[in-house]
Ligand binder design. Structure first.
Ligand code: HEC
Length: 206
């Protein structure tokens, strides 16, 4: 009886070890994927296709922030850089007040959001911007006084590209790919840009 119990315990430990990887603490990718798929339910606009990863998402998930090799990282970075669509009319800056509303709006793309309403940018979830807003996240750097960097073409293009697809500057960045993933449209990005650069925007005022 005791022997059977020990044997069963050994089998259970082996099963767990194979499911949770060598360390016994970190589940392997296959287990994580299975848990994801089993726990997701398609609802309204949030379909199970959301679980289909792009090459970049796959690389970043597999290696948690460290893609396999320098060559792969460079390929992914280049692809992200090539994905950027600059404004056809050359106008990078829109209306900062509309930009503030977009930066403060955390709605969009979830099953409970109205797909007919424009998405928000949710920038405050990760960035400090206007000093008047005290509820901000710190996952990203502070963007306070961003306009101090000036409005050279290089600066405008850098910022546009960063918002369109941040992976072109940092592969496996945690910032959403606002343009590339279709979260914000061209005009919304112009407005958010104005919020960052306009001298009258609260981002650049005391
Ligand atoms: C989920 C977190 C997250 C959200 C949401 C987010 N960002 Fe970021 N952002 C980051 C991180 C992290 C960085 C630092 C660089 C990197 O890792 O890509 C960054 C960097 C930046 C930079 C470059 C900063 C510099 O010093 O050059 C800009 C500009 C920027 N974000 C703008 C925005 C705007 C505008 C929005 C909203 C439309 C936004 N971010 C939403 C996480 C986020």
């Amino acid at each position: 009886m005791l022997k059977t119990k020990i044997l069963l315990a050994a089998v259970a430990v082996t099963a767990l070890a194979s499911a949770y990887g060598e360390s016994g603490l970190k589940p392997d990718a296959k287990t994580v994927k299975a848990v994801w798929r089993d726990s997701m339910v398609a609802k309204n606009q949030a379909g199970l296709d959301r679980l289909n990863q792009t090459a970049l998402e796959k690389a970043c998930s597999n290696a948690s922030d460290n893609v396999a090799s320098d060559t792969e990282r460079e390929q992914l970075r280049q692809a992200a850089t090539n994905s950027v669509v600059y404004p056809a009319d050359g106008k990078f800056l829109g209306d900062w007040q509309r930009g503030e509303a977009i930066a403060s709006n955390g709605k969009g793309m979830q099953w409970s959001d109205d797909p007919n309403k424009p998405n928000g940018g949710n920038c405050y979830a990760c960035h400090q911007m206007s000093p008047g807003e005290v509820a901000y996240g710190t996952v990203g750097p502070s963007l306070r006084n961003y306009g101090m960097r000036g409005r050279s073409e290089a600066m405008l293009k850098y910022t546009w590209a960063k918002i369109w697809n941040p992976q072109g500057y940092r592969v496996c960045s945690h910032m959403p790919r606002f343009g590339d993933a279709g979260i914000l449209d061209e005009q919304q990005i112009r407005d958010v840009m104005a919020y960052l650069f306009d001298p009258n925007s609260p981002v650049n005022r005391k």
